[in-house]
Design a protein around this ligand. Structure first.
Ligand SMILES: [Zn+2]
Length: 372
């Protein structure tokens, strides 16, 4: 009991959840040290939780609401349902499960609406939720190394898991001219060996992932197979229509030789860009831990805006708008958000926004950015 009480207090302290950015502040090459400390923290946490489970205090913890107070938990245990507990790390797969399983499962997203994905650190409560899940769906890749650490532990052996990066063909993270990466400015297009994990940003990939989620749900809950298949089929129609909208806009723009986007931000849209033949400049690659602007990056982006007469500086949701606004101000452009769908705001969540609704806004944003 004492252990769980301590863990709960630990969870609530801001001190134990420093953002990745804070931990990196002032030491651009300290990433390895951060990872090491993070790994130690997770292993200690997991050991403490296991000790707690052995001593039987988990049940008491649960009855105190330790596993059920998430604002993004849908308690769907009324009537005819499977009782499956599905836990997802971030929003895209949360929404895909919601569309495919409907009212049939209990669904929880670990990331809270409004939280920035790249700063997320799991709490003891999150680890317990993973351990109790019938299926845990995460992304894979560099940003999810904490997940692999946790799932490797013997206590997690029984947890069924689905990794988005296993559902589709992977692309390597790309570094284009002008980006800042690990404290350096990339001079030429170069490819690195890291997988770009933002696979869901292409609607075509979202279709493949949704099919795999349906397969996993059907295997765990054969009685629900028909329901999952019917919901999937309706959802694939929506995704296919979305793909058609992106294709129409980007093909029209390409007809006028317009296919260049500029991001005053990270660039997690590699899969979207490749699907629709878009080129880009950006301040940082995919899930880069670098987020401090440098004078050279700013100068490069402003020069490109002027040379290419680009009317819109893009940024992603829930990230700093410092660079995008500075570039826009210097070049007379407008700042718009292109949703990567890592997560949504509390207001968007409460308003029932979905992957498809946010991607439809992206279609409109691309019209402004490409067809001027
Ligand atoms: Zn990311």
């Amino acid at each position: 009991m004492i252990v769980m009480k301590d863990l709960a207090a630990y969870t609530l302290s801001d001190e134990v959840r420093p953002s990745r950015r804070d931990m990196n502040y002032g030491m651009p090459f300290g990433y390895g040290k951060r990872k090491y400390r993070h790994r130690c923290f997770l292993l200690v946490l997991l050991a403490a939780i296991s000790a707690c489970m052995l001593s039987g205090c988990l049940a008491a913890g649960s009855s105190n609401g330790l596993t059920s107070d998430s604002q993004v938990t849908d308690s769907r245990n009324n009537g005819d349902n499977s009782g499956l507990r599905i836990v997802t790390s971030i929003f895209p797969q949360y929404d895909f499960v919601r569309q495919i399983a409907g009212e049939r499962v209990s669904l929880q997203m670990l990331l809270k609406p409004g939280e920035e994905t790249h700063s997320y650190e799991p709490t003891p409560r999150d680890i317990i939720a993973i351990q109790n899940a019938d299926l845990f769906i995460y992304v894979g890749g560099e940003n999810d190394e904490w997940v692999e650490d946790i799932l490797d532990a013997p206590e997690m052996e029984q947890v069924k898991r689905l990794r988005l990066t296993d559902c589709v063909e992977n692309l390597k993270e790309e570094h284009v001219e002008g980006m800042r990466h690990k404290g350096q400015i990339c001079m030429d297009t170069e490819e690195e060996e890291e997988t770009d994990e933002h696979v869901w940003t292409s609607p075509k990939n979202a279709m493949q992932i949704s099919i795999q989620i349906k397969e996993a749900l059907s295997a765990l809950d054969p009685a629900g197979k028909e329901e999952y298949e019917a919901n999937l089929s309706a959802y694939l129609e929506q995704l296919s229509a979305l793909d058609g909208q992106f294709r129409e806009i980007t093909q029209k723009a390409a007809g006028q030789d317009r296919h260049l986007l500029l991001f005053g931000d990270r660039f997690p849209f590699r899969y979207l860009a490749r699907e629709y033949g878009l080129d880009y400049y950006a301040a940082f690659p995919g899930c880069a831990s670098d987020t401090e602007p440098s004078a050279a990056v700013m100068a490069f982006l402003i020069r490109k805006m002027r040379e290419e007469k680009i009317p819109v500086v893009l940024k992603m949701e829930l990230s700093s708008d410092q660079i995008a606004h500075a570039v826009a101000e210097a070049s007379g452009a407008e700042v718009r958000v292109l949703y990567s769908c890592h997560n949504l705001t509390v207001q968007q969540f409460e308003a029932g926004e979905t992957y498809v609704s946010m991607m439809q806004e992206n279609v409109e944003t691309l019209k402004a950015a490409l067809m001027y």
